[in-house]
Design a protein around this ligand. Sequence first.
Ligand SMILES: Nc1ncnc2c1ncn2[C@@H]1O[C@H](COP(=O)(O)OP(=O)(O)O)[C@@H](O)[C@H]1O
Ligand SMILES: CC(C)(COP(=O)(O)O)[C@@H](O)C(=O)NCCC(=O)O
Length: 319
Amino acid sequence: MDQLAPTPFSPYRIFSADEWAEFRADTPLTLGAGELERIRSMNDPVDLDEVARIYLALSRLLSAHVEATQVLFSQRQRFLSGRSAGHKTPFVIGIAGSVAVGKSTTARLLQLLLQRWPSSPKVALLTTDGFLYPNAVLDEKGLMRRKGFPESYDVGAILRFLSDVKAGAARVSAPVYSHFYYDVMAGERVVIDRPDILIFEGLNVLQVQKMPPDGRAVPFVSDFFDYSIYIDAEEPDLYRWYIERFMRLRDTAFKQTDSFFHRYSKISDAEALRIAEDLWSQINAVNLHENILPTRPRADLILKKGPDHLIEQVALRKL
Ligand SMILES: Nc1ncnc2c1ncn2[C@@H]1O[C@H](COP(=O)(O)OP(=O)(O)O)[C@@H](O)[C@H]1O
Ligand SMILES: CC(C)(COP(=O)(O)O)[C@@H](O)C(=O)NCCC(=O)O
């Protein structure tokens, strides 16, 4: 797809990055270069200018949604129990987009910015890859080359997790995935303990489940979201970012002997390139077309990146 194009019936209002930057208003830039450096993924050039241009306005918008939801919650509590009681439920933000689009950096950046707002000091972040089936299960089901496709996730476990979090439960735990080991970490769990905001990031978060043959309604992961963001980029850019990252990982993570991809640090550049191209074109690009891009119109906000990874356009849902 080219630039996000406004059409007469589009549910989105589209802003250039400069137009969008004006919504920052008086939101101060309190993030330091060191902090940004720590959360930036390899190959993602996000800098403080980009934070000021795009992310401060976004954190202001999200914080307004959080505050409005909190007011609504306490009003509703008064109706339900005659007094203000019960646990405030976390505001859940879903972040979707292709492999290698930079979801992790955006999610970590929003976490840092949102926790500076007085209404949301506690912001938790979780990625959906923990809910992938372990390699042993994927292998048994013949799904090792379908990692990231809907059938490779335990969607029931995602729904149970989000339902507990949204019900205001304390200490809800989730499994953990390691890109380094390319597998779910047996016995490792991360605990989410009643945050003000939960950022839930993964390529599958806006996907809908197939209706069972008996016509029963099935819940979607996004039923638990208060706000959703899709990070978008042109496919040739995604491809290039994926390949560049893979080639750089050969000089870093893959060099360690216990990395799942260690063998790829020892082969020739040409052979490594062939493998990265295969992973992209046979798995990630197919998943992008079949299962990720079709969910873009479900997002409340779309961040469209240009070839340099910087955001060029913002589409905000108006209806
Ligand atoms: N094989 C790998 N080894 C180590 N880290 C990786 C590997 N593949 C991806 N990563 C890191 O994992 C994170 C998630 O990557 P990915 O799932 O492609 O999503 P995104 O690029 O949208 O954040 C990124 O920070 C990336 O740098
Ligand atoms: C684990 C992933 C499905 C990504 O999930 P994400 O964190 O982007 O939601 C992906 O990184 C992956 O492993 N894809 C399979 C092909 C490959 O090795 O790139």
